[in-house]
Design a protein around this ligand. Structure first.
Ligand code: ZN
Ligand code: ZN
Ligand code: ZN
Ligand code: ZN
Length: 394
């Protein structure tokens, strides 16, 4: 919206003049009707005051209107039906926006028991904050308690939002929110694009409508196999690394000693002066030993509630007494009951011995937003895969 206004400055200024004239007229009318009943005491000074006073009010109102109304494209009169439609859309946008970030969102919209709307992102952030601070989470508008069971999604709001206009960030044209994805992925001529020869190393990036002229001068198609060899080697290396990881998983799964445990991390608090939130599973038996998993937020740095950047790391703890060593490889998966997005398996190895029964804290590869989602739920479900490696066969 803002970007389009800067582009359309001349249209904006003419509109301004027209708006001023018309709105002045409208407001005067409304002031008169408001004043007539004479019930409201606050209005009395306005009646008794001279015209000068009421003119000030009128100009204030016009200013306000100018602020609220975005500049309109290619409309000559403010009275046009298109214009009125636009104002309605703006007002609806204000009503349907998230009460925390004040944005219109394409995410699920939640509401407190009094109907205040929050986008999915702010909702889980709020719940995560509450959990980190060990406080009840409350609605920022009405202070009623908020939790996952007393807030519901509002599908009507989500659908209404999808019918409202949005400006394409690339071409600055206006579309309905439900059409914008298809427009930006397929039809927008200003969408960012890479060269067709990107795979063999051309790093050109630009607007889609410039692609053709770039392809005319791009020198990558005429390069010889010899010249491309280094680029191809680099690409192959990346693919090989991913393949190796997958192959390791497959190899591990063919070993004899495999344990699969579906676990639940539950929240606890330390009894420090400032209690810290941490998570722990109950003890479980796997590969004929007893274990538990602990998890902590931002590696126990103080005040995780003050940062947007949140991470979760976990530790595997051996609870059984052992006399020999256990060579273990393990990794975490989403599991059948998990809220986790599909996570890339990161395989860790650790040699448990009578004196080393705890691994270090290992980072889960999830985004801060994903981390908030996990924190906002009452518990975290995941699957742990453990494989015992027999030394002599390695
Ligand atoms: Zn929000
Ligand atoms: Zn509320
Ligand atoms: Zn566009
Ligand atoms: Zn190119």
């Amino acid at each position: 919206m803002v970007e389009s206004s800067s582009v359309l400055t001349p249209a904006f200024s003419t509109n301004l003049v027209e708006q001023n004239q018309e709105l002045t007229f409208n407001t005067q009318q409304s002031v008169e009707t408001n004043v007539l009943p004479g019930i409201n005491d606050d209005m009395t000074p306005l009646i008794s005051a001279n015209t000068g006073n009421s003119i000030t009010t009128v100009t204030n109102l016009t200013d306000l209107n100018n602020v609220n109304e975005p500049p309109l494209k290619k409309t000559k009169s403010n009275n046009s039906p298109e214009n009125k439609q636009r104002l309605l859309e703006d007002r609806l946008g204000g009503i349907l926006s998230c009460c925390i970030c004040l944005d219109l969102s394409n995410l699920p919209m939640y509401q407190c028991i009094n109907g205040h709307l929050m986008c999915g992102h702010c909702f889980s952030h709020l719940l995560a904050d509450g959990k980190l601070k060990d406080e009840l989470t409350t609605c920022p508008n009405c202070r009623c308690e908020i939790n996952k069971s007393n807030c519901s999604r509002n599908l009507a709001v989500e659908k209404a939002i999808s019918e409202l206009p949005i400006v394409c960030e690339y071409c600055l044209n206006t579309f309905l929110r439900y059409e914008i994805k298809v427009h930006q992925n397929q039809f927008c001529t200003d969408r960012p694009t890479v060269c067709d020869y990107n795979l063999i190393g051309c790093s050109w990036q630009g607007a889609y409508h410039n692609l053709e002229s770039h392809l005319g001068v791009c020198h990558y198609p005429s390069k010889t196999g010899m010249q491309l060899l280094d680029t191809l080697k680099e690409k192959k290396q990346i693919i090989d690394d991913e393949k190796k990881c997958l192959e390791t998983v497959v190899d591990l799964l063919s070993l004899n000693q495999i344990g699969v445990s579906d676990l639940i991390l539950k929240p606890f608090r330390t009894d420090d002066f400032v209690a810290k939130l941490y998570f722990e599973t109950s003890r479980f038996t796997c590969l004929s030993f007893q274990w538990c998993v602990r998890a902590r937020i931002n590696d126990n740095t103080p005040h995780p509630q003050l940062t947007m950047n949140r991470t979760l790391s976990y530790q595997l703890v051996l609870k059984s007494k052992i006399t020999q060593t256990i060579d273990l490889k393990f990794f975490i998966l989403r599991g059948p009951h998990g809220d986790l997005q599909a996570i890339k398996p990161v395989i860790y190895s650790f040699e448990f011995s009578p004196n080393h029964t705890e691994t270090e804290y290992l980072k889960l590869s999830i985004s801060p937003a994903e981390c908030n989602k996990l924190l906002s739920s009452t518990s975290i479900s995941f699957r742990l895969l453990m494989v015992q490696v027999e030394r002599n066969k390695e």
